[in-house]
Design a protein around this ligand. Sequence first.
Ligand SMILES: Cc1cc2nc3c(=O)[nH]c(=O)nc-3n(C[C@H](O)[C@H](O)[C@H](O)COP(=O)(O)OP(=O)(O)OC[C@H]3O[C@@H](n4cnc5c(N)ncnc54)[C@H](O)[C@@H]3O)c2cc1C
Length: 319
Amino acid sequence: MEEIRDTARRIAVEKLKPRAVETDRERTFPRENMKALGEAGFHRLIVSGEGGGLGLGRNVFAPVVAEVSKACASTALVYISSAVVGKAIDLAAGDVSKKKWLPKMMEGGFLGAFAVHEPDSGSNAGAITTRAKKEDGHFVINGSKFFITSAGEADVYLVLVRTDPEKGPKGMTTLLIEKDAPGLSFGRPEDKMGLTSTSSRELHFDDCRIPVGNLLGKEGEGMQVIGRTVVGWGFFGAAAISLGIAKSATELAIDHARKRMIAGQPIGAHQAVQFMIADMVLKTDAAESLLHACATNADSAPGTAIINDGFQNLSPHLS
Ligand SMILES: Cc1cc2nc3c(=O)[nH]c(=O)nc-3n(C[C@H](O)[C@H](O)[C@H](O)COP(=O)(O)OP(=O)(O)OC[C@H]3O[C@@H](n4cnc5c(N)ncnc54)[C@H](O)[C@@H]3O)c2cc1C
């Protein structure tokens, strides 16, 4: 575990950090960074041994994401978005889809993205309206997804659709849709305040046709697939991204407090500044411990209360 984390830290410091400012300023999608992570084996991290991966848990995934995020949070977000899709294919796809996509994804040149969110559903994934109907051995999809990380850049999309409007959450299904599928197009990049190189765009499905073989999991079990992947792994990644940003901000603040001299004294010599820094260190360390506890708990006993309680407590501390 420590060895893997050290490797992530080394790559982050040597390869990701030097180009992080320019990447975000220029809004360059961090494809090269994904390849660097792939060469070091990080796209295999959470794929099971049977799927050709390392089969490691959230208690390794989260610290790795935090190290990446500390150097370049955009890269960390693109990384977790793809990792979640790899995990979904690993857990729920048939053998044909696994052979088709997993090896390429684990190398890092072929990226995934997940598309759940819609303008009118927001936090409530159960309210999505994107519709898929079966027709002549195909799913025909109509609707839109909003604010999707890596949109237009990723090669394969894990998309939550409604296959049976009568059945509520049990009428929802996950599909794998390739970037060049007929009827799929992308909106313009969102103008964000941060994470600017992650290519957040809309996905538009206009009679988009994909073979029924691209079904991921069983029809009607889309919410379970999303729960086991986007929620079960992606939310840990999101918390780890926040942790990485908080750690980086704390280090920068300490450095500034040591170097900024006023009237011959570093500002860090003043107790008021020390209090603020102590507060930052305390909250960041507490968040890291909580994330570690939640990750370890989820790896050993998924679905227990501490996970939800932990996340509810983590967010305000890290924002
Ligand atoms: C950087 C970034 C990357 C993203 N990448 C992806 C991606 O790759 N794929 C994807 O599918 N989505 C992505 N999203 C979208 C994300 O899933 C949504 O932002 C999220 O689901 C929340 O929806 P919303 O922004 O519409 O907020 P809203 O649903 O409008 O919520 C606004 C506020 O109201 C609160 N709220 C909402 N409902 C309730 C309720 N019932 N009770 C109490 N409070 C409530 C929320 O907690 C929140 O504080 C991304 C978002 C961001 C910011």
